[in-house]
Design a protein around this ligand. Structure first.
Ligand code: GLC
Length: 652
């Protein structure tokens, strides 16, 4: 059952699709402090908290303070309260009863999950207008299901988007793209997408192509298409200020950009330098910007990634001026501890500055709204602009779309990648822990930058990361400028990589089937063990996941380990894969085990009464031959596996 409570006069975020009558009074089960705008609830020592989507720390969110404020932070560690997305849905399970809460609130909101006081959850709003939903049901899964019905069906990508993709910031020329393809081919490793980062554009201008670097763009797209490889370009939120650049000129003329209080267009810098930020909260801007994707779709492109849409701001022209003015005040002074840190602090806080987020306004249905109040809707509405446009431009064929920033509601228009991460073992574990929370909030087409975006990746990290991303719908290897090359042929002998990517392709019939069933049933594809088992141990398992109905995974996320401890909530059959045809099997009893797993091995556990379909490997999704499927199973006599499949491209 869902109950809706209202505070003040909330902005309509359009994150939910159902109209629910508003209850009288305050949110049930919480006390409300109308001065602090905070909701408090006592939690017992056994209480476990799940959800909040893309956040730091573990599956159990208890014990830390999280803050929804979409933030660009490539160096995030466990201190970070905000990441790229804002997904304000969580479940509190007190051991007897669970309840779900969704705070539909687009501004800054703080979730103190038993940090300040160990036994208290306190949620604080930055202003007093919000819709709050209370979801109750007989299980956590049923609570999630009802919430997901409330927010509408999750995005469905084309089936080829389950293939393996290679990315780098950047492949600078058309020749470099061809070379990446050729090297994958030579190594015999399947490859489905090559991503184009900002350097395919002319001076980082959206909806342009660099004529020098990509003179044969259309030919490149079609040559790659013949090999079943899709080119997936990036689109950035900021529009370069440049005379005669049509996107800029049209945007200014029609008031499509975010404005300052005085009515001037805000000047904010991103990759192209001084830019304007499209006002995606304005319906007309959305329609205009969305239609622009046609420029690339007409050239044969059928997938995109939307970036920098928190929005990330390097600096605003106004703030930079203020900094320059102040700098001189410090010249010649004997800077002491306070003044020195004030001085350096001025520089550290130039990017993504809170003052800057208060400097501009949106036009939402004719109403002028300060950005800070609706910050978390920006990336959502950029992606919605694209998603709505794709339905017009490509009514029959699905288009791949995923975004960096997000808010609940965006899950209907695209997937997400979890933003910039690092080639750190801790970020590999974080990748595992975020997956169920993302699914809870409707984000199903998800994945992390495999191998890590920043920092240098070692071969063993890359292998271990493949063993996780192999199960995520979005499977993309992406790395930043200046880092060690991360293409799978760059680490010496690539045989192990080849076998693992082939295993991914062999698993696609299962992964696609489980994805589509989860989307259609408003279910999760990745679940913590405690969503299906209830013994005393499962609440504490932070590094094993159920993937779909048949299997559990237990990835190795520690360096130099040759195995790991695995807890089995019931007897299962271990399949230790080294490739689609190379594996060994073993029945393991319920309980704790130390399970060996070399860096080229992937641990999959089949649940009793279940089957895992496995096809022969293929070089592309299209070439997967379903007639080759065999079933690995455990105690599944007479059991049938429900396989979902379709043509992979139709929207219907
Ligand atoms: C941002 C993106 C990253 C991309 C880079 C350059 O940092 O998150 O994926 O490579 O911008 O466009």
């Amino acid at each position: 059952m869902i109950k809706k409570f209202r505070l003040g006069n909330p902005i309509n975020t359009e994150s939910v699709v159902k109209d629910i009558p508003i209850e009288e009074g305050n949110l049930e089960g919480f006390s409300f402090d109308s001065e602090k705008l905070s909701f408090k609830k006592f939690i017992n020592p056994k209480t476990v908290i799940y959800g909040l989507g893309e956040t730091t720390r573990g599956i159990n969110k208890r014990g830390f303070v999280y803050k929804s404020f979409c933030s660009d932070d490539p160096n995030h560690d466990e201190d970070k309260q905000s990441l790229y997305g804002a997904q304000n849905f969580f479940i509190i399970d007190d051991g007897n009863k669970a309840a779900g809460y969704y705070f539909d609130f687009p501004g800054i909101i703080t979730f103190d999950m038993g940090f300040t006081e160990l036994n208290t959850v306190e949620i604080t709003l930055s202003y007093g207008d919000a819709d709050i939903y209370l979801v109750t049901g007989e299980s956590k899964t049923s609570i999630v299901k009802q919430f997901r019905e409330l927010i509408g069906q999750s995005y469905i990508p084309p089936k080829w988007a389950f293939g393996y993709g290679q990315s780098r910031w950047s492949y600078f020329t058309s020749d470099e793209v061809r070379e990446v393809y050729a090297k994958y081919k030579e190594a015999g490793i399947p490859l489905e997408m090559i991503y184009l980062d900002i350097d395919y554009m002319e001076r980082y201008k959206d909806f342009t192509i660099s004529k020098e670097a990509f003179p044969d763009f259309e030919e490149l797209v079609s040559d790659m298409a013949k090999e079943n490889v899709h080119l997936v370009p990036i689109i950035d939120a900021g529009v370069k200020i440049e005379k005669d650049y049509d996107v800029y000129e049209e945007g200014v003329k029609n008031n499509y950009f975010c404005k300052k209080d005085n009515g001037e267009d805000l000047v904010a810098a991103v990759w192209p330098g001084q830019s304007h930020l499209p006002d995606f909260l304005n319906k007309e801007t959305r329609e205009w910007f969305g239609n622009r994707y046609k420029f690339l779709i007409d050239k044969g492109i059928d997938g995109f990634w939307n970036d920098m849409n928190e929005p990330a701001i390097f600096y605003t022209k106004d703030h930079l001026e203020e900094v320059f003015e102040k700098v001189n005040d410090y010249r010649g002074k004997n800077l002491d501890v306070d003044s020195f840190f004030e001085f350096t602090g001025m520089f550290y806080s130039i990017s993504n500055n809170m003052e800057d987020y208060r400097r501009f306004y949106h036009n939402m249905d004719g109403k002028k709204i300060n950005h800070e109040k609706v910050h978390n809707l920006y990336g959502y509405n950029m992606t919605r602009a694209a998603g709505e446009a794709f339905e017009r431009i490509s009514p029959d064929k699905r288009i791949l779309m995923f975004s960096r920033s997000s808010y609940v509601g965006m899950h209907r228009y695209g997937g997400i990648w979890t933003g910039d991460n690092k080639s750190w073992w801790s970020h590999l574990l974080l990748n595992v822990q975020q997956l169920p929370a993302l699914n809870m909030c409707g984000f199903m087409y998800v994945g992390a930058d495999t191998g890590g975006f920043g920092s240098h990746a070692s071969k063993d990290l890359m292998l271990r990361w493949l063993a996780v991303s192999m199960f995520t719908p979005l499977f993309r290897n992406h790395a930043a400028k200046g880092t060690r090359r991360q293409e799978l042929y760059e680490f010496g002998d690539s045989k192990d990589f080849k076998e693992l990517i082939k295993l991914r392709y062999a698993l696609i019939p299962y992964l696609y089937s489980e994805y589509m069933k989860a989307v259609k049933n408003n279910d999760m594809m990745f679940k913590p063990l405690s969503f299906e088992y209830s013994d005393s141990r499962v609440n504490e398992i932070e590094d094993e996941l159920l993937v779909g109905e048949s299997i559990m995974i237990a990835p190795v996320t520690k360096q130099n380990a040759t195995g790991r401890y695995v807890y089995l909530p019931e007897d299962m059959k271990l399949i230790r894969f080294r490739g689609p045809k190379n594996y060994d099997e073993e029945i393991l009893e319920k309980g704790d085990h130390y399970v060996k797993a070399e860096t080229n091995e992937v641990l999959v556990f089949i649940r009793p009464g279940h089957e895992l379909p496995l096809a022969e490997a293929a070089m592309s999704v299209e070439e997967i031959d379903y007639s080759t499927i065999r079933y690995l199973s455990y105690k599944a006599d007479g059991v049938k596996y429900d396989m979902y499949d379709d043509d992979g491209v139709s929207r219907n």
